[in-house]
Design a protein around this ligand. Structure first.
Ligand SMILES: *[C@@H]1O[C@H](CO)[C@@H](O)[C@H](O)[C@H]1NC(C)=O
Ligand SMILES: *[C@@H]1O[C@H](CO)[C@@H](O)[C@H](O)[C@H]1NC(C)=O
Ligand SMILES: *[C@@H]1O[C@H](CO)[C@@H](O)[C@H](O)[C@H]1NC(C)=O
Ligand SMILES: *[C@@H]1O[C@H](CO)[C@@H](O)[C@H](O)[C@H]1NC(C)=O
Ligand SMILES: *[C@@H]1O[C@H](CO)[C@@H](O)[C@H](O)[C@H]1NC(C)=O
Ligand SMILES: *[C@@H]1O[C@H](CO)[C@@H](O)[C@H](O)[C@H]1NC(C)=O
Ligand SMILES: *[C@@H]1O[C@H](CO)[C@@H](O)[C@H](O)[C@H]1NC(C)=O
Ligand SMILES: *[C@@H]1O[C@H](CO)[C@@H](O)[C@H](O)[C@H]1NC(C)=O
Ligand SMILES: *[C@@H]1O[C@H](CO)[C@@H](O)[C@H](O)[C@H]1NC(C)=O
Ligand SMILES: [Cu+2]
Length: 615
């Protein structure tokens, strides 16, 4: 009897172990010739697909992805929202946790998806290449769909919202850099890579979701657009939001989804409308408070088609919110709360490190290489606490941190802005006395955090050049959003409305335009983690900073060395791998220090098309 019990237990245990799978994939990054909007273009894509392959895994699995870069550009892949506990070398941001994978080379990402489930995604984290190098990363509960903390949906669909340029996206980036101005605006938005039928030559390129009356669908919506927040609606249907950024929420009913680049929303949609065809549609939420510069005001759409819909019927179109509908955006963003689940972590109630961080746009002097930059006006820049983040060029920050190499970055990222002014008053742009405030300076500064310390950060948008809602994304962690609002942060007033019970948990927060948000997280994941605006054109001009999180006291809180033994391909001598002895670490530990030498400067991009508009 007893041995039978042991056998049963052993089998059950073996069953559990067998559950954690190793998911191994190869991503070939290369040219893809594709026809969109009346034009044939060569884009950079993974495995010849747009969007790229979906990774579908279970909580606890080990993911191994071999990235082979056959594209003409430097590449890295970021696993957006994955904690990367003890695998910071697999996080992916270029020059933060690794050297870029140069053309002809490869790199293997290896990480566990432990302690998180829901909808995430992966994307390139170098130049603007994530415009076409992206895909979904779905982490299912270990126990399958029956473990969802909401009624099990009948079916699921992934909705990747993207942004498309009739241009080579690296040329768009290079032109923005050379001129020191914003990039050209996009030509279309897409649903699962397809622009939909409101664009010319696009009738066949429309995403269709076939539904059966009476069934419930879980839409896993991902904003993969480069530079725009989006409204998303389905005519005749409403949603119940059950998760955002792979964290469960209390069910929230709404007929419109608002989603910023980097964010995900899991929404249940009951197919309970009269059997017919309905458009799903998405267009931008433009948060720029001043008369906005030209923007992509197009609408992408797909079709929700009931099985029993008459073949000839025409889909109905949802009424979309106005582009500048900040009230609707704020209602959605601020009403979400987390679902409390027994045994799961909740918001930390004590704070070890408080930071007040202003962020937004500004100007710098023209930087080296910005050949077409107007020297009187300077270049558009962006900053956090008036530091405009400069990416290192010789070595990744994680490498410098791990090997204690000096001179790559400094540890003086400030806890507060150097000057307190009326942050959200647009007068800063017209009052000559305030003109010096518009200028910011480049720097590579980190904020060092003690292992396991709890950080509270007030994120305060400024009105410099423009007040705008910036989606701030933190790598390595989810954070709680305690409160958010408009105008200048008022500590006494804000504290009264902190949600310390069930605040929403996210990896990306769209801080209200001309407003603020307060976030908290516990620094229990050692590594070097970038926090940045997920509008890519703002990342490249400096809207970023890094946290350097110390190792903990035990081996399971200590970063292991990088996996340099992995194949680097037939390198062209651009990546130098050599052994260095570090006295502090003792003679037994020889570490290979990896230098990322800058590739030769890109050839000048072709001249802009005649109808080109700067943003
Ligand atoms: C990929 O396309 C670029 C043009 O965008 C071209 O210069 C390059 O030779 C192509 N590479 C391959 C391997 O076809
Ligand atoms: C990842 O999971 C595997 C299998 O459960 C385990 O052996 C390994 O130690 C984990 N790796 C890390 C870095 O936690
Ligand atoms: C679409 O094509 C029509 C006819 O060729 C043209 O008049 C119109 O300007 C085009 N629209 C766009 C957005 O390109
Ligand atoms: C989009 O902008 C163009 C150019 O400014 C304008 O002609 C057009 O009416 C706008 N479309 C919408 C839907 O606002
Ligand atoms: C939104 O835009 C419309 C027309 O473009 C304008 O009339 C309205 O004042 C704007 N609303 C806000 C809140 O800026
Ligand atoms: C959501 O938030 C707004 C404030 O933006 C509030 O007025 C509203 O009552 C909240 N509740 C719902 C269900 O939208
Ligand atoms: C450079 O900027 C100044 C100040 O904004 C402006 O007056 C001038 O026309 C610009 N020059 C060029 C070549 O665009
Ligand atoms: C930022 O720093 C620059 C250079 O140190 C200074 O001129 C400017 O006034 C500062 N701006 C703000 C908003 O603190
Ligand atoms: C981390 O901090 C929490 C309290 O915030 C404490 O319970 C835990 O023991 C700490 N862990 C370590 C390894 O220091
Ligand atoms: Cu931004």
């Amino acid at each position: 009897m007893r041995s039978l019990l042991i056998l049963v237990l052993a089998l059950a245990f073996a069953g559990l172990l067998a559950d954690a799978a190793i998911i191994e994939r190869t991503f070939h990054v290369g040219n893809l010739t594709i026809r969109r909007l009346c034009q044939t273009r060569v884009i950079t894509a993974v495995n010849g697909r747009l969007p790229g392959p979906k990774l579908d895994v279970h909580e606890g699995d080990t993911v191994v992805v071999h990235v082979i870069n056959d594209s003409p550009y430097d590449m890295t892949i970021h696993w957006h929202g994955v904690f990367q506990r003890l695998t910071p070398w697999s996080d992916g941001p270029n020059m933060i946790t690794q050297c870029p994978i140069q053309p002809g080379n490869s790199y293997t990402y290896r990480f566990n998806v432990t302690g998180q489930e829901g909808t995430l995604w992966w994307h390139a984290h170098v130049s603007f290449l994530r415009a076409t190098v992206y895909g979904a990363l779905i982490i299912r509960p270990r126990g399958g769909a029956k473990s969802y903390p909401f009624p099990k949906p009948d079916k699921e669909a992934t909705i990747l919202l993207g942004e498309w340029w009739n241009d080579n996206i690296v040329d768009v980036d290079n032109r923005a850099f050379l001129t020191g101005q914003g990039p050209s605006i996009s030509d279309a938005f897409t649903i699962n890579g397809k622009p939909g039928d409101l664009y010319n030559c696009s009738n066949d390129e429309i995403y269709k979701l076939q539904v059966e009356a009476g069934k419930t669908y879980m839409l896993r919506i991902i904003n993969a657009a480069l530079n725009n927040q989006l409204f998303f609606k389905v005519a005749g249907h409403s949603f119940t939001v059950v998760a955002v950024d792979a964290s469960y929420t209390n069910p929230y009913k709404t007929d419109v989804i608002v989603i910023a680049p980097g964010q995900t929303v899991d929404a249940l949609m009951a197919a309970e409308a009269p059997p017919a065809k309905y458009y799903m549609a998405s267009r931008q939420y433009n948060s720029i408070s001043f008369p906005p510069p030209p923007f992509d005001n197009t609408t992408t759409r797909g079709v929700v088609e009931y099985a029993s819909a008459p073949a000839s019927s025409r889909p109905t179109m949802p009424l979309m919110p106005p582009f500048n509908d900040t009230a609707t955006a704020h209602r959605f963003y601020s009403n979400l709360t987390s679902l409390l689940r027994p045994g799961r972590p909740t918001v930390p109630l004590h704070v070890d490190t408080s930071m007040f961080v202003t962020f937004g746009l500004g100007r710098t002097t023209c930087q080296p290489g910005q050949l077409l930059c107007n020297r009187t006006q300077g270049a558009v820049a962006a900053s956090m606490n008036n530091v405009s983040f400069a990416f290192p060029t010789e070595m990744s920050l994680l490498e410098a941190h791990f090997n204690n190499v000096k001179g790559i970055y400094t540890r003086d990222f400030p806890d507060k802005p150097p000057v307190f002014f009326d942050f959200t008053n647009p007068a800063v742009n017209s009052d000559n006395a305030l003109a010096p405030l518009l200028f910011t300076q480049k720097g590579t500064k980190a904020k060092k955090l003690k292992y396991n310390s709890t950080v509270e950060m007030v994120l305060q948008n400024t009105a410099i050049l423009a007040a705008e809602s910036h989606p701030m994304h933190l790598h390595g962690y989810d954070f709680y959003v305690l409160a958010q609002g408009f105008g200048n942060y008022d500590n006494a007033k804000a504290r009264e409305c902190f949600n310390l019970v069930d605040p929403q948990k996210r990896n990306t927060i769209a801080v209200p335009t001309g407003g603020w948000a307060v976030i908290r997280f516990t620094a229990d994941n050692p590594g070097v983690w970038i926090m940045h605006c997920h509008l890519d054109p703002h990342l490249t001009i400096g809207l970023a900073m890094v946290f350097e999180v110390e190792n903990g006291p035990t081996p399971d809180a200590t970063i292991p060395p990088p996996l340099f033994g992995q194949p680097l391909g037939l390198g062209l001598g651009m990546i130098v791998d050599f052994a260095v002895e570090f006295r502090e670490r003792g003679p037994s530990s020889r570490h290979r220090l990896q230098l990322c030498l800058s590739p030769p400067p890109p050839p000048p991009p072709p001249p802009p098309p005649p109808d080109f508009v700067w943003q």
